[in-house]
Design a protein around this ligand. Sequence first.
Ligand code: NAD
Length: 472
Amino acid sequence: MADQTMIIGGSPAATAATFGVVNPATGEVFAEAPDCSREQLDAAMESAQKAYPAWKADEAERRARLDEAADVLFGVVEELAPILTAEQGKPLGDARIEVLGSGVWFKYFAGLELPREVIQDDDTAYVEVIRRPFGVVAAITPWNFPLILASWKIAPALLAGNTMVLKPSPYTPLATLAMGRILAEVLPPGVLNIVSGGDDLGAWMTSHPVPRKISFTGSVATGKHVAASAAPDLKRVTLELGGNDPAIVLDDVDAAAVAEKLFAGAFENNGQVCSAIKRVYVPESRYEDVVEAMAERARSVKVGDGAEEGTQLGPINNEPQYRRVGELVADALAGGARAVTGGHPVDGPGYFFEPTILADISDGTRIVDEEQFGPAVPVIAYRDLDDVVDRANATHFGLSGSVWGTDVDRASAVAERLECGTAWVNTHLALAPHQPFGGAKWSGIGVENGPWGLAGFTELQVLHRSKSPLEG
Ligand code: NAD
């Protein structure tokens, strides 16, 4: 029997089949998740479709429900956080922050306006641009931040008047299913359906005839499949995909201070963040100081089971990703890079990998050019600033990036030259509900958050009222 149930039409939906969920701290299956059948997916789509007309009709009701949902989420931190830690691996404190953050996102969208814009009001016409919901939205999320990334979709999509069928990653289905069960007590039946299963279920969703919009967060490779699957039916898509964020350090920084912040930007969630720092460029004159300070910081980190008190970095979430990080680090070392600290998996059970700082490495190495998505970061020396900006941009990725310097105006001027969705100065990973987030190039299509993210769950409609009399 599954440890959590799917929610279809506001009620728990039992499945004939289940699949195991692994605790990455032990490498063992610790729970069973429901495996959605095609018929159950049809039922979820149908219930979302049935709930749509009433939900779209009453904006005040939607706001009230989302506001209540936020308060409910604030109250279930201690219930959801341990589930999230067990399936995802992150330390309990970080899991608590993720649940709270989900509530913050619901609160923000509950109060966000859906403006009607008057674009003409003269003798001939009164013309407004209004925003209509799509109908049913299919939402698909990854395993690194299951709850907060689901909230980035649920809250704005529902506020705009859509209903939803959402599928979490098969590596981390449980906390999302639990959240769905809790939200079902607040939302009308069918408005939010949560189903779980493997990658096939995602593909069924994107090719299903009911949804008019797909909101997807995951890898570039899957994002391309999603776009292709949506195309024949001209479904709208928002794609939040992978990144290979550069951090460019300028020559006027204090090495110790910047290293502390670079480490935080690279190792948040054990490096498993789409917009984590994934390559650090440091001028030759400051190179050894920054490398050593980052390594010093990495050596002091407590790696362990996220459920244990004092753990700062947990395991990598799943075995394929654990193998991939190991492979990329081994490839770098074989190519002559130096592991200033780390470089190996941790002995024992679970998917633990030593926090790794790689030096004496350059572009053209896989871990510099590809998205590693784990606790290993390459630090690359540079001589010429223009050249390093070109190197930072010489990639299909374009999610975010950062520039670090004491002269903030100079750093900002460099940051503006980065080809990416968010360019930070003297910080990285500063995300907020009111700030649009999305990727340039292969890192995505469209944005989430802020009024721009809300608009992504709507279609424009022009309402043109002629002022000329019908007769005469
Ligand atoms: P993934 O692409 O493997 O899977 C993401 C989701 O897509 C999962 O729910 C999966 O079951 C589903 N899926 C797989 N194949 C599918 C298909 N053919 N059709 C429809 N759905 C399918 O990604 P992941 O490994 O879970 O997550 C890591 C990736 O996500 C990284 O590349 C990371 O950068 C990216 N990410 C991006 C953002 C962002 O906002 N830009 C945020 C977090 C993670």
